[in-house]
Design a binder for this molecule. Structure first.
Ligand SMILES: C[S@@+](CC[C@H](N)C(=O)[O-])C[C@H]1O[C@@H](n2cnc3c(N)ncnc32)[C@H](O)[C@@H]1O
Length: 295
């Protein structure tokens, strides 16, 4: 295993190259080409390497897209990534159920949660994961010993996350699996006086709750952050906020996160999420800001 694949999360995933607004990835046994709009540069590998791809996702003018298969490809298979066993699905939207750029955030979660549990002699640490998708952050937090509330609007992806928990041997861990609207749920938790020591959120640019509730990041993010502020416990320990919305740079996330924790002692670090490739380049893939309480 190369050093780069270790950074990127494991032997079953590797970003091989990027360029011409595309990326070439290896997932388990397959080479896959998918769009990557920011990769406006020249690929380093020869065209022949890209032509060996087993599947290519091609976007159409309407924003949709479809897979083209060049060999016989299973549309569902499992990989090991970042100390987890995860189901990969080649969905009709071109998503695979994995954002490899989160690997560094998952490792950070494991470290801070373990440190906190050590400091407190293992007292329960309750974590809320919003827009939790297929569960990578939930499972990393759970591996480190947290109690996790995992919330997503789509029942299908909650079931997928549960499957990932089973595959990773974490099905007995204290995880509550919910499908609900993020903002509604957080406001309800405030009224019920539920409080969390850690909050994770990875909001999309646009999404819908289970009853059609619309989430638009430009108008709903600040109300959501305010609601999250109300459910942070007095002994809250961390907030991990990440995002892929164009224009939401590390500094934008940093400034937004300050509002959430301005009355607490601690530090915020922010940066780009990246996927290192095997050519020595990194592919920018969104931004993060993380707050850690001062002990
Ligand atoms: C992982 S996040 C976004 C990932 C990445 N940041 C991006 O922009 O593609 C997407 C998840 O949010 C969920 N989601 C969308 N709207 C939601 C809402 N109103 N409440 C809860 N979850 C929602 C979706 O079902 C999806 O699993």
């Amino acid at each position: 295993m190369s050093k780069l694949s270790e950074i990127a999360g494991g032997p079953d995933y590797q970003l091989l190259d990027s360029g011409n607004a595309s990326k070439l990835e290896r997932l388990g046994p397959y080479l896959i080409v998918r769009p990557s709009p920011q990769a406006i540069w020249t690929p380093r590998l020869p065209a022949a390497a890209w032509q060996r791809a087993d599947a290519t996702y091609e976007r159409d003018a309407s924003g949709g897209g479809e897979w083209r298969f060049h060999t016989k490809v299973k549309r569902e298979f499992d990989i090991l990534f970042s100390k987890l066993s995860l189901r990969i699905k080649l969905t009709n939207f071109g998503h695979l159920g994995l954002f490899p750029e989160q690997a560094d955030n998952w490792e950070w979660l494991r470290t801070v949660i373990r440190n906190r549990l050590q400091q407190t002699g293992g007292r329960n640490l309750h974590v809320l994961n919003l827009f939790a998708y297929t569960g990578g952050s939930t499972l990393a937090a759970s591996q480190a010993g947290a109690h996790v509330v995992h919330l997503d609007a789509a029942k299908g992806v909650v079931d997928w996350a549960k499957r990932n928990a089973q595959l990773s041997g974490l099905e007995e861990r204290p995880i509550r699996w919910l499908f609900d609207d993020a903002l509604k749920f957080v406001r309800r938790e405030e009224r019920r006086q539920a409080r969390y020591q850690g909050i994770i959120l990875d909001p999309p640019s646009f999404g819908r709750g289970p009853k059609g509730e619309v989430f638009k990041i430009e108008q709903d993010l600040i109300p959501l952050l305010e609601a999250c502020r109300a459910i942070l416990a007095p002994d809250a320990y961390f907030v991990l906020y990440s995002c892929h919305t164009p224009g939401f740079t590390p500094l934008v996330l940093h400034n937004q996160l300050i509002e959430l924790v301005h009355d607490r002692k601690g530090t915020i670090e922010s940066g780009e999420m990246v996927i290192p490739d095997s050519q020595g380049r990194s592919l920018p893939s969104g931004a993060y800001a993380r707050w850690l309480a001062q002990p």
